[in-house]
Design a protein around this ligand. Sequence first.
Ligand SMILES: Nc1ncnc2c1ncn2[C@@H]1O[C@H](COP(=O)(O)OP(=O)(O)O)[C@@H](O)[C@H]1O
Ligand SMILES: [Mg+2]
Length: 249
Amino acid sequence: MTVLEAIEVTKQYNMGEVTVEALQRVSFVVSKGEFVAVMGPSGSGKSTLLHLLGGLDEPSSGEIALAGHTITHLSDDEVTVVRRRKVGFIFQFYNLVPTLTAAENVGLPLLIDGQRIEKYREKIDNLLKMVGLGDRLDHKPDQMSGGQQQRVAIARAFVNDPEIVLADEPTGNLDSKSGTAILELLRKSAEDLGQTIVMVTHDPRAASYADRVVFLKDGRIVQTLSIESKSGASDDIRNIMRVMRELEL
Ligand SMILES: Nc1ncnc2c1ncn2[C@@H]1O[C@H](COP(=O)(O)OP(=O)(O)O)[C@@H](O)[C@H]1O
Ligand SMILES: [Mg+2]
């Protein structure tokens, strides 16, 4: 079952005299429970693609279908509801609210959706335990390291049981042990819970936890690679690095 689809998607940014072609006729289908990694050089359109897939921005042309809704035809309010209910985002900058504790930050999407937070206390605690922050529930962002804040943001992305998780460099600032724990969490959420994951990464080892890797260059998909191990095997990492070299990424 397809849960995420981009059809001939183009995105241009108009910067005064100059037009930047961030994405050029990108077509892309992701099935339920699939874990896809997106790689490519800086400026190749990875974050733009993630924003469009999540309905945070609109394509210049083409269509995006998200969890069975062709969002290109929905009103802003309708897109917001689909996004809130179906999508978890992990951004490069964690966007935590500085005055809230870790647990409150994780619960924020539920609060915004008008739900009673008390009902979810146990779930929030469990999510923070899963990202290794069971002893940091009441810490505010400025009392945590960058990596810990990032893990709060990861827990938050899962709080509404999203069908789709969109992650921009989720392991970028983590040491290798925490990074591996997060990659295993993403792998498990896809395999056991049928959640669909799209993860942007620079790291071949992170990408080797996905089912396949999509390579972007200059706003186009230039290659797709299937991953055998889906768990960081050195053969897969070598294959990813070979494709990166071949494509001069
Ligand atoms: N809001 C924006 N306004 C203007 N140009 C942008 C904007 N966002 C991204 N771009 C441009 O679009 C291209 C793709 O950017 P981005 O999607 O952020 O790439 P990546 O995430 O792969 O580094 C780049 O040339 C970037 O400068
Ligand atoms: Mg980016």
